[in-house]
Design a protein around this ligand. Structure first.
Ligand SMILES: [Zn+2]
Length: 261
């Protein structure tokens, strides 16, 4: 492995962390906005319910006046009926009185409807007000939690920045430039591990000869993926996973009897 490559791998590790933290940080405004939107929507439901209640009360007033007016007219016709001279006029008045009675009944029905609706709107206003209290309390907790996460993420960011500065200090400047040029073009990822027989990032097949060279201890050359141009490296996992898989396979039977007891 090229002597500087292990520092580049460290640098890439820090950069992966930075990418993850920055992505997390970038989501905070949206998460806060979602909390605020929920509160706004809940407050809006109060306004809507109150408006419905107000217009219902207005209609109720109108229908109350309708009832009164038709009652007045019926009373007037009844008073007149004592003074009419002809049978025709009497019949006409009776007709008017009947008509007024019908209108009173209709207006009273409408009035009753509005009174029932008004009670329903009052319930809706109260329910919406109670819901807002609950949603605001939840929102306040959520805001605090988001703020705490935000502060923690910023601490992580500062730590990762410091780690990056340390990693960069271990690598010659022109190599850092080279790394950063590739990273800039490829979403912050300048290095690609050999996976199987291919580039671990773009997946393209890498010539076996190059893989052999990368595996060689004395190698001091950099090799790039011919497709994505990332700096290739070969990490020898064969020692570690072998012991890990041995550990895992021996762990399974040891876990099973433990569960039985
Ligand atoms: Zn590649």
């Amino acid at each position: 492995m090229h002597p500087h490559l292990k520092y580049l791998i460290e640098l890439q590790g820090v950069d992966f962390r930075l990418i993850e933290i920055r992505e997390r940080v970038s989501k905070f405004p949206k998460r806060l906005a979602e909390v605020e939107a929920r509160v706004t929507a809940a407050r809006h439901r109060i306004t809507t319910a109150k408006e419905a209640l107000t217009s219902s009360l207005k209609e109720r007033k109108t229908y109350e006046m309708d009832v009164e007016q038709w009652k007045e007219r019926a009373k007037k016709y009844r008073n007149q009926s004592g003074e009419v001279k002809t049978n025709e006029a009497y019949k006409a008045l009776q007709h008017e009185i009947q008509n007024a009675e019908n209108e009173i009944a209709k207006a009273e029905d409408r009035l009753l409807d509005r009174m029932v609706a008004g009670e329903e709107y009052e319930r809706q206003v109260k329910a919406a007000e109670a819901a807002v209290k609950e949603i605001e309390a939840t929102a306040s907790k959520e805001r605090q939690a988001i703020q705490a996460e935000y502060n923690a993420a910023h601490k992580e960011l500062a730590a990762a920045d410091a780690a990056r500065a340390a990693a960069v200090a271990a690598v010659p400047e022109d190599l850092v430039d080279h790394y950063e040029r590739i990273a800039k073009r490829h979403g912050g990822i300048a290095l690609a591990e050999i996976r199987g027989e291919g580039c671990g990032q773009c997946g393209v097949h890498i010539r076996p000869h190059v893989i052999q060279l990368l595996q060689r201890d004395g190698n001091e050359e950099f090799y790039h993926c011919e497709t994505c141009t990332r700096i290739l490296y070969y990490a020898n996992h064969s020692a570690a996973p072998a012991s890990a898989s041995a550990g895992a396979s021996s762990a399974d039977p040891s876990v099973a009897p433990a569960r039985e007891t």
